[in-house]
Every structure is written in C-alpha cells, then in structure tokens.
Design a protein around this ligand. Structure first.
Ligand SMILES: Nc1ncnc2c1ncn2[C@@H]1O[C@H](COP(=O)(O)OP(=O)(O)OP(=O)(O)O)[C@@H](O)[C@H]1O
Ligand SMILES: [Mg+2]
Length: 318
C-alpha cells in the first residue's frame, strides 16, 4: 500500500476540467506536483485532503478512501495551504496549541514546545504572529501541521515569497521529515527546489499529468544539449534542421540540439543570415526548467498570470 494512491482522479468546475484522470502513487518520498498557474495542483491537493469532492475517480491516503473514510484520511494527514494558515492576532505558541488541542494531542504543551524548538521558533513563541517574518510564519504553519504526527504532509507552495535562506530552511525541515519516514506531497513553481529536494516530480498541465519521474531521469530523457541565445531586437526562429526552439521569453531563446557543439556554429550562421541580432550564445546541460518548458510549453492560463492574486498572497505573508 502506498501512502497516496489516485486512480483517474478528476474534477470539473462547471464545464472546466481542472484535474483530468490523474493516476499516481506516492510513498515515503518528497513528491512535487509542478505545473503552470491554473493547471490543477491546488485542486488535486484539495481532493486528496477531502476538502473537495472529485467529480470522478478515486484516491486513498494511507489506505483510506477519500470519499468513504474521510475522517481516517484527515487523521493521517496534514495540510498547509497555499494561503496563510495562522492567526496573526495570536502568538506562535497560541496558534500551535490551538491546533494541538483541536487534534486532541495527548500532551499538547510538550508537543508544541518540542516542535517550536525544532522549527527554531522557541525564542519568539510568545510574540504575536503579526511580528513574524514570512519564513517564521511558514515554519509556524509546519509546527501546526505536525502536532498530531501525520503520516502524510501536503504543502501547497511551501516556499512562495520567501527569501533564499528561508526557503533553504524550509527544505531542510522537509528533508528531515522525509528521513523520519513521512510522505510529503508539495506543489511548487520553483524548479531548482524541485530538482534539488524532491525524489520525484509530476508535471501537470491543463489538469493532465504529462510526465512523472525523478528529476535526474526527466533531464536525462531530454537527452539533448540546450543552446540559449540572448536576442537584441526582433526574434525569429531561423529554422535549422535538428535544432528545435522550445521557449522564448525575456529575449532569451532556448533550443534543443542533439550535439550542441556542432549545432552552435550552425545556429550562429543561421541567425546572421536571418538578420537576427544575437548578443550571446551559450551551451549547457538541460535543467528541470527546460524539462518543464519542453513538456508544458507556454503558460496556459487563459487570463494569464494573475498579478493581483500573487501580490495579495505575498502581502498576506508579510
Ligand atoms: N472554486 C473554483 N471555481 C471555479 N474554478 C476554479 C475554482 N478553483 C479553481 N478553479 C479553476 O480550476 C483550474 C485549476 O486551478 P488550481 O487552483 O487547482 O490551479 P493551480 O495549479 O493550483 O494554480 P496556481 O499555480 O496558480 O496555484 C483553474 O482553471 C482555476 O481557474
Ligand atoms: Mg495553487
């Protein structure tokens, strides 16, 4: 039995399919669901945590069916949502104790003290959460999530809006939890983090799972070199056989080629012939970003990236 199993898990909002026949298993690992805005990550997590009914399909968490055994499912997991989940008018300790008591933890005070110490919040535990930094709030959310010793932890964008050091700290904690045998299901937009810290990743687009493997295997599967070109002025794909354009953003075009060393001068010549001004050309190994762009293509959210939603979310974290 895997900690999480889904079979054809599907969710429609009206006529729009948000999650489309998702089938996967996750067990005692850090698993990341990656996908553009609006691809169905949060909807998936909401179904697995029993907060949203699937339209079709099934899933189990620790062997419990999300539809039939909701209570057992909720007992075995914890969920830290994408938006803030702590009360800023309470202290860190009060927030954590509230959760510990709600969960019926045996020795709530001791458990909370232990977790506050692990998450490096002990010294500030009696300060109001509104005085905490974004990283501290996220760590407090982890304290809350861990009070009842869940077997499975769902983290929706755990490091969004945090600085580099705070992100590294969160990942240290996540890695330590996995070593203790926990199954951790995260969603993230940070490919470098998924690459470094996750055992396997699934790439979802328009609700459909397009790729599922260890980051190193996904990168190896591209089995090509990546050539990036910084463009001055107007860009046009010069269309060289065997050199495939797979993304263009912020004046940087990325191409895949079987043999980068041979392709580089051919591409440079083709750009010159096409009258495209190139500031620099570089050759590198594929990254998870490349895998993602290659798999998903451009962001597909019809309304585009929701800046307002993003800013509101960051503000709420401050
Ligand atoms: N309550 C809702 N009612 C209607 N449509 C919804 C609702 N929640 C989500 N959607 C739609 O379902 C799709 C998937 O949304 P979801 O929030 O799961 O995406 P996501 O991958 O978590 O995105 P993000 O990276 O921005 O958090 C989107 O098209 C979204 O607009
Ligand atoms: Mg989301």
């Amino acid at each position: 039995m895997n900690a999480i199993e889904t079979h054809d898990l599907t969710r429609y909002y009206g006529a729009r399919c948000a999650v489309n026949h998702l089938t996967l298993s996750v067990d005692r690992e850090v698993f990341a669901l990656l996908g553009p805005n609006g691809s169905g990550k949060t909807t998936t997590v909401l179904m697995l945590t029993t907060m949203l009914h699937p339209t079709e399909g099934t899933a189990t968490v620790c062997g419990h069916d999300i539809l039939r055994d909701g209570e057992e499912v909720r007992r075995s997991l914890s969920y830290v949502p994408q938006d803030m989940a702590v009360d800023i008018k309470l202290t860190g300790r009060e927030n954590a104790l509230l959760f510990a008591r709600l969960y019926g933890t045996d020795t709530p005070k001791d458990r909370v003290d232990e977790l506050l110490a692990v998450m490096q919040l002990f010294d500030r535990a009696d300060d109001l959460v509104k005085t905490y930094s974004g990283g501290m709030r996220r760590r407090l959310e982890l304290v809350q999530a861990l009070v009842h010793k869940p077997e499975v932890l769902f983290l929706d964008e755990p490091t969004l809006g945090l600085d580099v050091a705070a992100r590294a700290t969160i990942w240290e904690h996540i890695t330590a939890l996995k070593k203790d045998g926990m199954t951790i299901f995260v969603t993230t937009h940070y490919m470098d983090e998924a690459d470094r810290f996750c055992d396997r990743v699934g790439i979802i687009s328009n609700g459909s799972l397009l790729a599922l493997d260890a980051p190193s295997s996904l990168k190896a599967r591209l089995s090509n070199d990546v050539i990036t070109a910084h463009i001055d002025g107007t860009f046009r794909d010069p269309g060289v056989d065997g050199i495939t354009l797979f993304s263009f953003a912020n004046n940087e075009a990325s191409f895949l080629a079987e043999n980068g060393r041979e392709a580089l001068p051919l591409l440079a010549d083709a750009f010159t012939r096409a009258g495209v001004r190139v500031r620099s050309l570089a050759l590198r190994e594929p990254t998870l970003d490349d895998v993602f762009l290659h798999t998903v293509g451009k962001s597909e959210e019809p309304a585009g990236f929701d800046q307002t939603k993003f800013r509101t979310m960051l503000r709420r974290r401050k």
